[in-house]
Write a protein that binds this ligand. Structure first.
Ligand code: F6R
Length: 367
């Protein structure tokens, strides 16, 4: 049932091109110019009436939500807040009937996420769920549901569910922009074309998976490391850090790269591994100076960057891994893949049970 892979996690990592295609199928028009979301019950009028968005989720799903925030704010220009589900209800969030609350949950059964959904509805907001499980509690109770078609996810560490949630946000963001006209038809078509190229780009990354084994093995000898990035790369850094912690039990932190110098640089010593994400071209130079700050303290840096920068980056980092080029907003759907593979190989090198890590269940039904 693992289809020739050693673990469900590796199988699911490799299923991402299919998960992307399945999640996009039928939602992008044949001419590639528009998005249809027939599953949404909310009308165009209702969508036009929304003036703020709250994205609420836990763990990996929350990290997808952090990318979702960037996607919606950039395509639709409506303010989005992202909240940890276990915090949301207790801070008296400002929820009005013009608020759209988006809950994200692979299982659709996470207790805190479900409680947040109910609280949002009690306050009169419409709730849109992004979930992978048809018929789950979240799917049944939400006003609108976008199902990610990642297929069953068996490994405890979420991979294809997370990346399919990203696809769901891209689709919904494009749909909303198209409905409001905040982006022109040509701009929407550009996003959709870039999305349709993602599955093949993921395949290209997966074909180079073995290159990450050596980095993962070297990381496995360390007790702590950092993931750094800016913009959506920071959101992906958080997901990479969680993935590594949960299956390899190595401590790591994700940092907004510009924030390191406000104290945390003190923890970078000779040999400390740093994984730096540089997918945002407009922040590339800024990232290089942040990398320099870590190198000056002896960090061992792996750069994850867009194809085309390989020649010049070798002066600034110890190792690099290149990902194919896409729109800046869509890079998380590619850059997360090497991070998933690094955590997989690190866990493997340490002899841990990759698919069933300690202290974590596939769905968390306690608050
Ligand atoms: C990480 C992981 C957890 C879940 C979290 C939310 O790999 O699996 O962090 O993402 O427990 O679960 P769902 O998405 O089912 O609500």
């Amino acid at each position: 049932e693992k289809a020739g892979f050693d673990h469900f996690m590796l199988k699911e990592v490799h299923e991402q091109p299919k998960a992307y295609r399945d999640t996009m199928r039928g939602r992008i028009s044949d001419d590639g110019r528009s998005v249809a979301m027939p599953e949404l019950k909310m009308t165009a009028e209702q969508l036009k009436g929304i003036n703020r968005v709250h994205i609420v989720a836990c763990g990996t799903a929350l990290h997808a939500g952090l990318v979702g925030k960037n996607v919606i704010e950039s395509l639709v220009r409506i303010p989005v807040e992202t909240d940890v589900a276990s915090e949301y209800r207790y801070r008296s969030p400002i929820i009005t009937p013009e608020t759209l609350v988006i809950v994200v949950s692979q299982s659709g059964e996470t207790a805190d996420t479900l409680a947040a959904l109910r609280e949002a509805q009690r306050c009169g907001a419409r709730v849109l769920a992004i979930t992978n499980v048809v018929g789950s509690s979240v799917a049944r109770e939400a006003d609108d549901v976008i199902i990610t078609l990642a297929g069953p996810e068996i490994a405890v560490a979420s991979t294809k569910a997370y990346s399919s949630q990203l696809i769901a946000f891209f689709l919904f963001g494009a749909f909303w922009a198209q409905t409001l006209g905040t982006k022109s038809e040509a701009q929407v078509a550009q996003v959709l074309a870039a999305m349709e190229a993602l599955p093949e780009q993921v395949e290209k990354i997966l074909a180079q998976a073995e290159l990450l084994k050596e980095v993962a093995e070297s990381i496995s000898h360390h007790s702590s490391l950092f993931f750094i990035g800016r913009g959506v790369d920071y959101a992906v850094a958080m997901e990479g850090s969680l993935k590594l912690k949960e299956i390899s039990y190595i401590h790591s932190e994700a940092y907004a790269a510009g924030e390191l110098k406000h104290g945390t640089l003190a923890l970078i010593e000779e040999g400390t591994p740093v994984i730096a994400l540089l997918s945002q071209e407009d922040l590339y130079e800024k990232m290089l100076s942040n990398i320099k700050e870590t190198k000056a303290r002896g960090a061992d840096v792996l750069g994850i960057l867009n194809e085309g920068h390989e020649a010049e980056i070798s002066k600034s980092v110890d190792r690099y891994f290149a990902i194919p080029r896409t729109l800046p907003l869509l890079t998380p759907a590619l850059s997360v893949i090497p991070l998933q593979l690094i955590s997989y190989y690190a866990s493997l090198a340490l002899g841990h049970d990759v698919d069933k890590p300690r202290n974590l269940a596939k769905s968390v039904t306690v608050e």
